[in-house]
Design a binder for this molecule. Structure first.
Ligand SMILES: Nc1ncnc2c1ncn2[C@@H]1O[C@H](COP(=O)(O)OP(=O)(O)OP(=O)(O)O)[C@@H](O)[C@H]1O
Ligand SMILES: [Mg+2]
Length: 366
């Protein structure tokens, strides 16, 4: 499957620090100088899900395997990037390849850490980054739209649709708004928009990187970002990347006390990961047995055979049916046996749309 969230932002705002905390490694060099990162770092991150641990406990599973989400640590971007400034176009290509954007904004005051524009202002920073992404989209559409329109006039129906919807996207961008504001009129337009790989059409999560003492409460700057996100229909999360990096290096048994001292019940990372998961419209289903309990990822709207295919292509090809138990039934009835006795094990066919939390067992024939 491989859904990817790209970590984007100005240089030296804490992107690599966040990435290292997420991946519990020091794979990405994080240091106090701009453009520390050049080549993108990719890491698979397990998605923490309390439901999975509960299912494993009930079934007495020996092994627990979380589903994963990929994060990519991308080079910092500066004003003029779309025209080749800083590391320029190269990293814009890295952003093009991701499915969602995790936009890190510096909300911590610390005179020792260089800010490329010499002042801490997350709203202005967000606009700088977004402007570069919009300029890059405008440039790419200005190249593509006229050719599509011409082909459309020549009788090519597909080109006509693409020219129309991408032309509207260009107008929206020229008004200073991101391409995600463009509404597709039908499924065909939606497909064209999705395939156009516009940077500003990707869903965004703002991550407010606050000071070490502010992780639980946020601060005045993170509140401004939250208001901006709300106005745009985007999501935002408050974390302190510095603290998260520290926690990720601690022994797991020491973490709960440390978090409690900071006034936190869970790590900021768990919230970032889950928000990323929601952003991508992903849902989880489970397979549960005495050997292992495992979480798997599908897109909302996936059918039972699609879900089977995530486990193995043979499961999809030879799909017969999916024995299905809702998560709540599995838990309240004490597992598969109890659910079956109570008539809560359903036999679902090829058309079934998988629901978040379903416990599935596939019957197949190859
Ligand atoms: N919440 C925070 N509070 C204080 N310092 C922080 C915080 N988050 C990160 N830093 C520090 O900021 C500096 C820059 O961090 P990092 O290298 O992660 O930035 P980056 O965004 O990856 O930069 P680049 O774009 O240059 O790769 C590091 O010295 C890091 O320790
Ligand atoms: Mg970096």
């Amino acid at each position: 499957m491989g859904f990817k969230c790209g970590i984007v932002g100005l240089p030296n705002v804490g992107k690599s620090t966040l990435f290292n905390a997420l991946t519990e490694t020091a794979a990405a060099a994080a240091a106090n100088f701009p453009f520390c990162t050049i080549e993108p770092n990719v890491g698979q991150v397990p998605v923490p899900d309390p439901r999975l641990y509960k299912l494993a406990e009930i079934a007495g599973s020996q092994k627990v395997i979380e589903t994963q989400l990929a994060f990519v640590d991308i080079a910092g971007l500066v004003r003029g990037a779309s025209k080749g400034e800083g590391l320029g176009n190269q990293f814009l290509g890295n952003i093009r390849e991701v499915d969602a954007i995790v936009h890190v904004l510096r909300c911590f005051e610390n005179g020792d850490i260089t800010h490329v524009d010499g002042r801490v202002d997350p709203i202005a920073d967000a606009e700088t980054v977004e402007t570069e992404l919009m300029l890059s989209d405008i440039e790419s559409l200005e190249r593509r739209v006229p050719a599509l329109v011409k082909k459309g006039q020549g009788g090519d129906k597909e080109a006509k649709v693409a020219g129309a919807v991408l032309g509207r996207a260009l107008d929206v961008l020229k008004e200073g708004k991101p391409a995600r504001m463009v509404e597709a009129k039908d499924e065909e337009e939606a497909r064209v928009l999705a395939q156009a790989q516009l940077l500003t059409a990707k869903p965004v999560l703002y991550v407010c990187n606050v000071g070490e003492g502010e992780a639980a409460t946020g601060n005045a700057l993170s509140e401004k970002v939250a208001a901006k996100a709300k106005a745009e229909g985007a999501a935002s999360v408050v974390i302190s990347a510095a603290i998260e990096a520290e926690i990720s290096q601690m022994d797991p048994t020491d973490r709960p006390d440390f978090l409690a001292d900071l006034g936190l019940t869970e790590t900021g990372l768990a919230r970032v990961i889950r928000a990323g998961y929601d952003l991508l419209h992903l849902i989880t289903f489970f397979t549960v047995g005495p050997k292992e309990a495992r979480a798997w990822t599908v897109e909302k709207g996936a059918t039972a055979p699609n879900a089977a295919g995530v486990i193995h292509t043979d499961f999809e090809k030879g799909f017969i049916r999916a024995e299905t138990i809702a998560y709540d039934d599995f838990v309240s009835l004490g597992g598969e046996h109890g659910a079956k006795e109570a008539g809560k094990l359903r036999l679902e066919g090829k058309e079934y749309l998988v629901k978040d939390g379903d416990v599935l067992h596939f019957r197949f024939n190859v």
